[in-house]
Structure formats: C-alpha cells, structure tokens
Unconditional design. Structure first.
Length: 446
C-alpha cells in the first residue's frame, strides 16, 4: 500500500513537473516572507525596547482627577518592586496650525530623566521660557528653532504664555503611526506633544506620577514576562494603596474646601456685617435724603411759582425791550440813511473842494505869471525913472551953477517937477511891497 502510494506520487510529479516546480517555488516564497515578517517584527520590537530603555520610559503611570501629592509618592515607595517614582505636570492646549486647530499636550521634563524625550536637533529647554517641539509640528507649521510659540488658554497653569523653540524632539510616550519604528506604543489621543521645564508650570499638585520597576529593563517590552511584572505591581497598588490614598486625598480636598469655606464664610460674615452697617447708614442717609427731597420739592414748587411770575415779568420786559430795539433799529436805519446822504454831500464837497483847489492853483499860477510880467515892467520903469532922476540931478548940478540967477518962478517950477517924480517912485515902491519878490525889489529900490 505504501509502495503503491509513493509510486503514484512520483508518477504525478513526473507527469506534471512544471506544476510541481511552480507550487514548490510559491511555497518557498511564502515561507521566506513569513519568516522575514516574523523576524522584522521581532527586530522592531527589540529596537523599540532599546529606545524605551535609553529614554527611561515609565512602566506604570498613575493619574487622579483630584491631583497627586508627595504623600502619594511616599505611599508608592513602600512597594519593593518600584525602582523610581517621579511626579510631573501636563496640560492640553489648542494651537492653530495651517488654519486647523490641533490638540497639543504640553509635558514637563522630569528631573530624574524618566520619559526624557529624544533630541533630534537643537537642545532640550534650558530655562522656563523655552520649549521643545516635534519634527511634525515644524514641518506642518513652517516654524524653525528660535521662533516663538504663544498659548492663549485662560485656564492654563503655565507661568508664561510665550515660548522660544529650543529643539526638535521625539517623544517616547506619544509615538504616532507615521513617526517611525517606535510607533508600537501609540496610545495618545492628542495631535502632538511638546516639552517644557518642570518649573514652567505653577501647579500645587502633580497631574501624574511615573514609575519604573526593578528588573523591567531586563525584560523585553510587549513580552508576557514584562506584562506579568507590570500587572502584579498594579494589583498591589490597587489593593494596598489606591483606596486609602483616594480616600485620604478626597478627605484632604474636602477639608481644604471646608477650610476655604470657613475662611470665605468668616470673610463673608464680616463683609455682610460691614454691609449691614453700610445698609443702615444708607437707610438713614436715604431717610434724610427723602426729607431733604421733600423740602426741596416744596422749595422747587415755590421757586416754580416765583419763576413763572418772574418769567411773565421777564417776558413783558423782553417785549418792551424788543419794541425799543425795533424802534432803535428803525432810527438807526434813518440815521444811517442821513449819514449816507451826509457822506454823499461830503464826498461831493470834497470833489468841489478838489476842483476849487485846482482852479485856485491855476489862477495862482496865472496871477504869478502876470505879477512876474508886471514886476519886469515896473523894474524897467524904475530903471527909466532912475535914469531920468540921474539926468535931472546932473542937470540940476550943471544948471545950479548956471541958473543961480534964474527967475524965482522958473526955479519953483523945476522943484515941483522933481517932487512929482519922487512921489511916483514912492507910490511904485509902496505898491511893490505886496508882491512875492518884495524883499528883493525893495533892496533893489534902496
């Protein structure tokens, strides 16, 4: 039976060699691919585990809606399997990147190095005003190291709202699917993660606690041994610590709330007492004000009556004044009209005066010309008379010797002729002294 079976198999292979070789090659390729995929997954997991160990990624995270305190760290430190515990802060902010709003988780860098982000470029924040961002954010936003990022959430516990980009990091706690081989641990529901210094926050309590376990670095991540180790420690925390610390924290929050309530109540009672005093004082002032208001109302009514009377008197006075004013305006118009007429007469008089002045000037010029001509004529006559007088004088001298024996009547006749000549000269001089050139002519006549 077995012999016949194997003979039948060989016979089938020999008759269909091409089909057998094809099936054999396909099977070999499938086995090769499956082996490669299996080995690749193992290598990726080992690479991710090495990365987590270098960055001291936490093994267990503890969060609480009421916050966590140093007492919680002390309680967790009593578990022998826990190696390190550190408290940290985190917030979620909204940033607008390329006109899209993205959810950004802002974490604090722990001082013990747990969950330390991997630096791709630049450096981790060196002060409270620096921030480390992801490569994806720089790529999407177009920003670079040295640029500014501003958060605007009103309920933020950040000490500063503006930060300077100091470096580019890769966060081991928030590895998205498109960020490389370490994407196996992608469990975050935010778009991106940034890091700042621990002192950049102003919290009174921790938002989360991170723990590393003893021997966890010796086990591979995602292995059953590692999962069992973490599960056992989490069970211890839940059984021995969780309930007590939750109650203690709740009681403390309640006590603090009651203390704040008592403080606020005392302050409120004090304020109410002051308010009652102010209210009583205000009521008294209000009553006094009401009385004053009533008196004022009475005075107002009396003043209104007086005002009406004065208003009527004022209206009458205003009417009389308006009438007088209208009469004054009328008289003013009449006076203005008379003034215009007088001004016209003055202007006409000025024209006539100007004309008379011009005429007088013309007459004066003509008179001066005529006087000048007369002066010349008189000068000529004076010269002629002087010549005649000189001639007479000469004749008188010559004749005095010769005519000493003249008859008496002839001598008297000659003297009368001379006296008449002098009288004419005197008359001319008297007439000439009224001329403009009187002084000159008088000098000449002398």
């Amino acid at each position: 039976m077995n012999k016949a079976y194997w003979q039948d198999i060989w016979r089938t292979i020999v008759k269909s060699k091409k089909r057998f070789i094809s099936i054999l090659i396909i099977t070999m390729l499938g086995v090769t691919m499956l082996t490669g995929l299996r080995a690749g997954c193992v290598d990726l997991r080992n690479s991710a585990d090495d990365f987590y160990d270098k960055q001291k990624l936490y093994d267990i995270q503890v969060v609480s809606t009421l916050g966590l305190e140093d007492e919680d760290i002390s309680a967790l430190s009593n578990i022998d399997e826990i190696d390190q515990i550190v408290g940290s802060y985190s917030e979620t902010h909204i940033l607008e990147v390329q006109d899209k709003k993205q959810s950004i988780q802002l974490n604090a860098i722990t001082k013990s190095g747990i969950n330390e982000p991997y630096v791709l470029d630049g450096s981790l924040p060196q002060n409270t005003e620096e921030i480390a961002v992801s490569e994806k954010f720089l790529r999407n936003s177009g920003k670079k190291i040295g640029d500014i990022i501003t958060f605007s959430d009103d309920d933020s516990k950040l000490k500063y709202q503006t930060f300077t980009i100091s470096g580019v990091i890769l966060d081991a706690m928030n590895i998205s699917v498109d960020e490389g081989a370490t994407s196996f641990r992608s469990t975050s529901n935010v778009d991106d993660t940034f890091y700042v210094q621990l002192d950049a926050f102003d919290y009174d309590v921790y938002t989360s606690l991170y723990m590393t376990l003893k021997g966890s670095r010796d086990s591979r991540s995602y292995s059953d041994t590692y999962k069992q180790m973490v599960h056992e420690v989490m069970e211890k925390i839940e059984k021995s610590i969780k309930t007590d610390r939750e109650n203690a924290r709740y009681q403390k929050v309640v006590d603090d709330a009651w203390k704040q309530y008592d403080k606020n109540k005392d302050q409120m009672d004090n304020e109410f007492s002051k308010g009652d005093e102010k209210l009583a004082s205000a009521r008294e002032e209000l009553e006094n004000g009401r009385i004053q208001l009533q008196k004022g109302w009475q005075e107002l009514q009396a003043n209104e009556q007086l005002l009406q009377e004065q208003s009527q008197t004022l209206d009458d006075e205003m009417t009389n004044a308006y009438t007088k004013l209208q009469n004054g305006f009328t008289q003013l118009d009449i006076g203005k009209q008379k003034l215009d007429e007088a001004m016209k007469q003055v202007q006409d008089g000025e024209v006539q005066l100007t004309k008379a002045k011009d005429d007088l000037k013309t007459q004066q010029d003509d008179t001066l010309i005529k006087l000048d001509q007369k002066q010349k004529e008189i000068k000529a006559q004076i010269i002629d008379l002087k010549s005649a007088l000189q001639a007479l004088s000469t004749q008188e001298t010559s004749l005095s010797t010769r005519l000493q024996n003249w008859p008496q009547y002839e001598w008297e006749t000659y003297i009368d002729a001379v006296q008449q000549a002098y009288q004419k000269i005197a008359q001319l001089q008297l007439k000439y002294k009224h001329y403009p050139n009187n002084k000159v002519m008088m000098q000449n006549n002398k």
